[in-house]
Design a protein around this ligand. Structure first.
Ligand SMILES: [Zn+2]
Length: 337
């Protein structure tokens, strides 16, 4: 009898969960890919969501970047360890392919420092499309997305290292054909993989509006989209409107010198009960084409103490630095209702 009941229960559960099992088959909800494999988003802990461990920005576009490996390690490894000592557990590396992404180096740095590092798929369409590979101009969005989906399914090159998000970028001004095409490829990749789409948009309301319209057209929720460099937006009401639709607002230019400005910006979101849509980071770079470190420590050293002085609670800090990254980046297909 009990065995029989168990069987009925099992079938019942199977039937109840069947549709969600199907949609989430290849995206375990609540998980993320680090360069060391898949982890529960709960393990992200304190996360910086927009930094560059290294990049080739300013150099020629090259699929495989040429780094001076020894000087890179000499400069970046001690810095990563110092950031870890400040309490940072995870860094999202926003350097795309052709822009200086090297997942083998990221993995070696993660192993040596203990920092959890997350890499991306996608192409960088800003900088006048300088880092967009030639073939992307000829292929259609579906063809481009196949390459990104394959990185998610099989890993990047032969490394087995999988991307944890999609990184794209729009140039200033009216959205260009190539930037739009790459964004549609990003949407198709999201619909297949559940990877969140982080897009360098900055103070370009036209590009933001276009992206939101394309998401709607493809029935993807704005919750799958991050407005990167939103700190540069002058008309902050636009950010509030986007956040209310579910979009993630990345205020990612924190420096010691602009803490007061960030206190004001964060306060603006808090006043509208939208603290749960804000992501904070520095857009730092610990190896900008071999140059000096653009630091990513002001949030820990300056901003958080200042927020606490303003009366922010530990729960609110935790919301900003732990919970929001978890929810923004959990690998999950987000269709609009
Ligand atoms: Zn950046």
């Amino acid at each position: 009898m009990i065995r029989h009941l168990k069987k009925i229960c099992f079938v019942g559960i199977l039937l109840l969960t069947w549709p969600s099992c199907q949609t989430d088959q290849k995206n375990d909800v609540g998980f993320i890919n680090t360069v060391n494999g898949r982890i529960s988003v709960e393990k992200l802990k304190f996360a910086l969501t927009h930094e560059h461990i290294m990049s080739n920005f300013g150099a020629e576009a090259n699929y495989l970047p040429q780094y001076q490996r020894d000087s890179l390690f000499d400069q970046v490894l001690p810095y990563l360890k110092s950031i870890k000592a400040l309490g940072v557990s995870t860094i999202f590396d926003c350097t795309t392919a052709y822009f200086g992404r090297d997942v083998n180096i990221l993995k070696a740095l993660a192993d040596a420092s203990g920092m959890q590092l997350i890499t991306n798929t996608g192409f960088y369409g800003a900088a006048n499309d300088r880092y967009v590979p030639e073939f992307a101009f000829k292929q259609n969005a579906a063809e481009i997305s196949k390459r990104w989906i394959a990185e998610f399914d099989n890993g990047i090159d032969q490394t087995g290292i999988k991307p944890g998000f999609i990184k794209l970028a729009f140039d200033n001004g009216a959205p260009s054909e190539i930037d739009i095409k790459l964004f549609v490829a990003g949407i198709l990749t999201h619909l297949s993989t559940g990877l969140t789409i982080a897009v360098h948009t900055g103070d370009n309301p036209l590009a933001a509006a276009k992206q939101l319209a394309l998401l709607e057209e493809h029935q993807v929720s704005p919750e799958a989209w991050i407005w990167v460099h939103a700190n540069k937006v002058k008309n902050e009401q636009l950010l509030i409107d986007a956040a209310k639709k579910g979009a993630w607002i990345s205020l990612d230019g924190v420096k010691e010198a602009n803490v007061a400005e960030y206190i004001r910006k964060i306060g603006y979101f808090k006043a509208q009960n939208l603290l749960h849509k804000v992501l904070l980071s520095h857009d730092g770079n610990s190896f900008p084409r071999g140059g000096k470190i653009r630091t990513y420590e002001a949030i820990s050293k300056n901003l958080i103490p200042a927020l606490k002085e303003q009366g922010y609670t530990d729960e609110e800090i935790d919301q900003l630095m732990v919970k929001n990254p978890q929810q923004a980046f959990a690998i999950k297909i987000r269709t609009s209702p």
